[in-house]
Design a protein around this ligand. Sequence first.
Ligand code: FDA
Length: 389
Amino acid sequence: MRFDTVILGAGAAGMMCAAHCGGRTLVIDHARAPGEKIRISGGGRCNFTNMHAEPANFLSQNPHFCKSALARYTQWDFIDLVNRHGIAWHEKTLGQLFCDGSSKQIIAMLLAEMERAGADLWLSTSLQSVRRSEAGFSLDLEREGKRHAVTCANLVLATGGKSIPRMGATGLAHDLARQFGLSVTETRPALVPFTFSDGRFRDLSGVSVPARLSNARASFDEALLFTHRGLSGPAVLQLSSYWREGESISANLIPGLPLFDTLRDQRQTSGRRALTTELARHLPARLVDFLKPGLGLRGNLADQSDARLTEICAALENWHLTPTGTEGYRTAEVTLGGIDTDALSSKTMEAKSVPGLYAIGEAVDVTGWLGGYNFQWAWSSGHAAGTAI
Ligand code: FDA
């Protein structure tokens, strides 16, 4: 069977690419349903893009690589597509756009766009082998127990990263890239919770606090969530993409709060109030209890000198922590690293050394922040390859 283009992976990038490909296109996926990560994303409402998306929100060994694709298919283009399909949406926070209804609407929209482009979709289909041939590429596929020999001029690697293997994530795109001589940068779990082997935050599990989380490379002002295993929440997931094993991080638990001035004022007017009672007006009470022995939080407000208040505020502003590790690919939202962008054209996503071979989406070494950026990369890179084919 001959197709002009075969796209491996019916995820966000693969479906977007298929919607823009000319000629006869086949999309294959080993899963029973397309776009499974879209379905579970954003708590079932899919944070499908971010109004503030720009190249600075993406990590890559080559930070310039994503610019062309992002500029040629922007968040506004995707919002326009969503509007044309009559899907209602809202901004939640920080420019993050979600469906009012369900993420399934985004999947249905992409399937409709693929159908309009005349693309075929084979689910429950696995790739047995692929090689270069006169036609371009020869693939041996297995679909529900039957083997199919397929040839194509263009082959698109769109099987995503290694995050959440129980949802069918595999390293196939990376393996095939290597098979065709493209290099793959170091990959690691990203947008992932931190773990602490001593379980020190167990008693705080479920407590959330607005925080500024920083290390030498990045800083994020978002919620910090304590868990049985360690730390999670948006601030942690964001920083995890910039963290390496063994490094410490710093948490400011009172970002933007004029706590020193407040404590001093309260000392004047309510000097007999316990220090911990006053702190619990600004921080979750369970967190104050937790911090009490370490910071020596004793006595009433009237007992605290200016120097002591300064010391307490400094400790709350700069809490140093060294995570043991992360929860790994089991819960990571994305994979950092991937197919080396040096091997690809930033305009078309085509491999420079293998004409007809394309790589898009999370499989490529371009990783977005939390907040709709990763889907935007899937749409933009899928569009770049699809329109080039
Ligand atoms: P994607 O993973 O979507 O698709 C790859 C496809 O290839 C899958 O359908 C898979 O079954 C298939 N495949 C894999 N291996 C194969 C093989 N060997 N053979 C055949 N098929 C194979 N991002 C965002 O911007 N906003 C959000 O709200 C969220 N939320 C979110 C929640 C959770 C829980 C996760 C895990 C991730 C997110 N993300 C996100 C990230 C986002 O889902 C991700 O970056 C994109 O789906 C990547 O799109 P791709 O098409 O590249 O891969």
